[in-house]
Design a protein around this ligand. Structure first.
Ligand code: 5GP
Ligand code: ZN
Length: 108
């Protein structure tokens, strides 16, 4: 079972930010900004390549709720999902990084 599936089941501890029946948001163990959340579906989907429009649609609403919960919606934030080898995806369970809480450096 993958590391994030274990985390969903509580076999690995995490600091939860928001949860519903289908999604979980928790703090990244190695934060790259003052606020660094990871947002995942509870169903195991490897990456954005395997994502379906239905799950993505629900996840959009959940991510917006996470931004509201963290109080970063108006000041702004960045969403990143790394995909595959060239994308430097380390955990093979799709996750969105939400980075916020400070002025972020420009990437693109
Ligand atoms: P990726 O490189 O796959 O896009 O990102 C994986 C992220 O998962 C990294 O930012 C890493 O710090 C985080 N991570 C890996 N293992 C754990 C863990 O056990 N707990 C938490 N909270 N984050 C983790
Ligand atoms: Zn998984």
């Amino acid at each position: 079972m993958c590391i994030f599936c274990n985390l969903i089941e509580g076999k690995i501890p995490s600091t939860k930010i928001l949860e519903n029946d289908n999604f979980l948001a928790f703090e990244d163990i190695n934060p790259q900004a003052k606020i660094h959340a990871l947002i995942i579906p509870k169903v195991h989907i490897q990456s954005f390549n395997e994502m379906t429009p239905n799950v993505m649609s629900e996840m959009t609403t959940f991510i917006q709720e996470v931004a509201l919960t963290l109080g970063v919606k108006s000041d702004g934030y960045r969403l990143i999902t790394n995909i595959g080898q060239n994308g430097n995806q380390e955990v093979q369970h799709i996750h969105f990084h939400l980075l916020a809480g400070e002025q972020l450096g420009r990437l693109v």
